[in-house]
Design a protein. Structure first.
Length: 168
């Protein structure tokens, strides 16, 4: 009888341990999702505050796509191009992020793709372009975005003036 009681108790302990592990996994997953949403909000608010003329929109949670879409506008309000951002706050870098961001970029006709991350590829831990995607840290984002915006605005101006020449 005592042996049966010990087996029941061991089984109960095993079941409780399994439930505890499942609860911890759910808590960590929820926490990672919350952290991801918080960093997306931080990115969107930063871009809105820095670039007042631009249209900065987030991609709603649960909908496939990148995190933030920034339509660059010149001082006259003309749309000059689209910057598409994906923000990752994980500890380890993954190349699959680039392919996903390129697919998302094609979907919205983005001109420039930017991955904002803490985790860089092991072979290059600094801001750089890889396979058509800019990879940068949040600390370098301001400088990179300013330079890329300036390039889009100048390109738009050059193309506009070329069109004006041909029509004249």
């Amino acid at each position: 009888k005592a042996k049966l009681e010990v087996q029941k108790r061991d089984q109960l302990i095993s079941q409780l341990q399994k439930r505890l592990d499942e609860a911890q996994t759910k808590l960590e997953t929820g926490s990672n999702k919350l952290t991801g949403e918080t960093t997306e909000i931080e990115l969107r608010e930063y871009l809105k505050n820095e670039y007042h003329n631009d249209d900065v929109q987030d991609v709603p949670s649960g909908i496939r796509g990148a995190d933030v879409i920034q339509t660059v506008r010149n001082n006259l309000g003309a749309n000059c191009g689209i910057l598409l951002y994906e923000r990752k706050s994980t500890q380890n870098y993954a190349d699959v992020w680039l392919e996903k961001l390129r697919e998302d970029g094609r979907r919205v006709s983005a001109d420039i793709l930017i991955l904002v991350t803490r985790a860089f590829p092991k072979d290059n831990p600094e801001t750089h372009m890889r396979d058509g995607v800019w990879i940068t840290s949040f600390d370098d984002l301001g400088l990179l975005t300013t330079l890329l915006r300036d390039g889009l605005i100048k390109q738009y101006s050059a193309l506009s003036s070329m069109q004006d020449k041909t029509s004249k």
